[in-house]
Design a protein around this ligand. Sequence first.
Ligand SMILES: *Cc1c(COP(=O)(O)O)cnc(C)c1O
Length: 422
Amino acid sequence: MQNETIAVHGGYNKKEGYGSMAVPIAQTTAYAFRDSEHAANLFALKELGPIYTRLTNPTTDVLEQRFAQLEGGAAAICVASGQSAIFYAIANVAEAGDNILISDKLYGGAVTLLTHTIKRFGITAKVFRSEDASDLEEQIDDKTKAIFFESLSNPQIAIADVEKIAEIGQRNGVITICDNTVASAALFNPIKWGIDVVVHSTSKYTNGQGTAIGGIIVERDGLAEFFKENSARYAHFTEPDESYHGLVYTDVPLPNFCLRIRLALLRDIGAAQSPHNSWLLLQTIETLALRVDKHSDNTLEIAKFLESHDKVKSVNYPGLESNPGYAKAQKYFKDGKASGLISFEVESYEDAKKVIDSAKLFSVVVNIGDSKSLIVHPASTTHSQMNAQELAEAGINPTTVRLSIGLENPIDLIADLNEALN
Ligand SMILES: *Cc1c(COP(=O)(O)O)cnc(C)c1O
């Protein structure tokens, strides 16, 4: 089935929802078992079914199935935010003494999580260049547990060499994890290009209206075989889990990556998504493809306007032919569309502040992927926890202004920006 069809129907059986056309919200904490044997069977995974909403929820389950189908994956698991999705994906494979390889072009929250916070858990991060992956393979060692990157990065708007990263991961038996938040499942599906695991902050384009925080992790088919082939690196999946009465994940005929997150990490750390947020995301995912198309078209128009403006030093948008990412956008993204993030450089920090403070239709907000257009100064906000060297390496300058283009008519947005720039 095509993605637009999956987005509307995937994962939902109306018969199980009292014939309700909208997916019902199971606004409940826990579920009644038929009897004590049923309860015991659920805990022993002899039967599958809901136990407690920290672990599973019928509304969330529909979203998980729908999203897995959209991304071409075998299974998905929803969590409370994009940040918790990243943390769980990493903590699922790495522990003290291990290392991970992370892209040089990442979301600010991912940078602090993966370089500072997980270091306190004994996991170290090494940085590689994701746009060409030229220094990736040489940095892999026996303790490398994951390669983490963004398909279209926030806020640098850089496109990763996904095929090369997937190939290096496969050749070395290391899990590849792609944060696909900015491209969205409507424009790009990393699993179809050989990536093992996809994470999203569903707070962004998937939600699209800035009304819910959420995260999701999707795994490709066949990871159990991958773990068995690489059992020295991924022993947690092939050896008994003491915390789950000796369960061996690769013996369970369910997609292993999400299974272990659910049984161990959601159980113990518990960043579960609320059923109400799952329901909100089920509403918005129906229009994902339409919206991302329009976000992309609007952004291209604005990029062309900015490129022609004499107060703008440079424009970074991979939908522009002049952009170094243009060929990759054409190769990877549906119809070559490049989503709604754009950044541009002005002459000075004062000029950047002036544009941000003068634009009227653009709200000063650190979010992205909203129907409302947003403007921000990454160096002093989203990336302010990074030091000068980290900022320079990530390509963020004091003169950089980032826009997240919404669904307004671009005529109005261009008029507003023109006034703010002059
Ligand atoms: C926003 C964002 C995140 C974090 O997601 P939250 O839902 O805010 O926790 C992770 N990755 C990218 C690329 C993002 O834009």
